[in-house]
Design a protein around this ligand. Structure first.
Ligand code: NDP
Ligand code: 8X3
Length: 257
């Protein structure tokens, strides 16, 4: 029987790349995200290209009722979830904490922290019942070290780090693996979202060095999910070669000629 992976935030970036990677390697996939048109397009490609069975669940992970209703009403066969990737998340804005937009703070806390909890709360009992499963939380290097103007985004990722460790302890007796992947700078729609749709500002983040790609994270997620039964990768911090930590990135000047 094919394994099932449930991915939040699968309409772009890491989540989409993870869906492709796992479908290519024989998994059936549950895709989540808010943009239904993208979900349908990805579903069609995964089905046609890899023969995967795909279920698209369009909901906002901040909507507790929608999360519970969507997951509780999964068809029986789809409830045997082998891998949950808690990936949906975002940074909103980049401001000194004293100047921060409270609406941005709420959005990040509601998505990165509360949304992750709602989804996990609905899926963990299924894994406990089946006495197996693997939760992969996409945290960030920002969950290891704070950086200037990162404040609330960093706080949400530090919280994800704490939840990853807590999950590993509380789920230990049920044979459930818990892994954290903590990427540094990766070129996805992340900066476009952070800068509220400003493509010039978003592009600048990745100028002068080679950032990580979504596929790099998908490779790592797949590697983590395919270790022998007795092996758990706890915590994987990954940066581009040009990045040492949240504060040090070597950028070469761009030749504009
Ligand atoms: P993208 O913006 O490319 O993708 C984010 C995904 O999350 C989209 O599919 C989006 O789908 C989904 N999403 C956002 N909000 C919600 C919501 N409320 N409900 C459901 N889905 C939602 O960013 P990345 O792929 O880069 O980011 C993925 C994760 O990786 C995030 O948690 C981010 O914090 C983390 N990360 C990113 C890094 C980077 O440099 N790119 C580095 C370290 C960590 P839709 O809009 O359709 O709902
Ligand atoms: C995204 C990476 O360094 O912009 O989590 O916070 S960073």
């Amino acid at each position: 029987m094919k394994k099932i992976i449930f991915i939040t935030g699968a309409t772009a970036g890491f989540g989409k790349a993870i869906a492709f990677k796992f479908a290519e390697h024989g998994y059936n996939v549950i895709l989540n995200g808010r943009r239904e048109d993208r979900l349908r397009a990805i579903e069609q490609t995964l089905t046609e290209q890899f023969g995967a069975q795909v279920l698209s669940l369009a909901f906002d992970i901040r909507d507790r009722q929608a999360v519970e209703q969507s997951i509780n009403s999964l068809p029986h066969d789809w409830k045997k979830i082998d891998v949950l990737v808690n990936n949906a998340g975002l940074a909103a804005g980049l401001s000194l904490i004293q100047d921060g937009q409270i609406d941005d703070w709420e959005l990040m806390i509601d998505t990165n922290l509360k949304g992750l909890l709602y989804v996990s709360r609905a899926i963990m009992p299924l894994m406990v019942n089946q006495k197996s499963g693997h939760i992969i939380n996409i945290s960030s290097i920002a969950g290891k070290e704070a950086y200037q103007k990162g404040n609330v985004y960093c706080a949400t990722k530090f919280a994800v780090d704490a939840l990853t460790k807590s999950m590993r302890i509380d789920l230990l007796e049920h044979g459930i693996k818990v892994t954290s992947i903590d990427p540094g700078a990766a070129e996805t729609e992340f900066s476009l979202v952070r800068y509220k749709g400003d493509p010039e500002r978003a592009k600048k983040v990745y100028e002068g060095y080679e950032p990580l790609k979504a596929e790099d994270i998908a490779d790592i997620a797949f590697f983590a999910a395919t270790r022998p039964k007795h092996v758990v990768l706890n915590d994987i911090v990954v940066t581009p070669l040009a990045q040492a930590n949240t504060a040090y990135i070597i950028k070469k000047p761009i030749d504009k000629n």
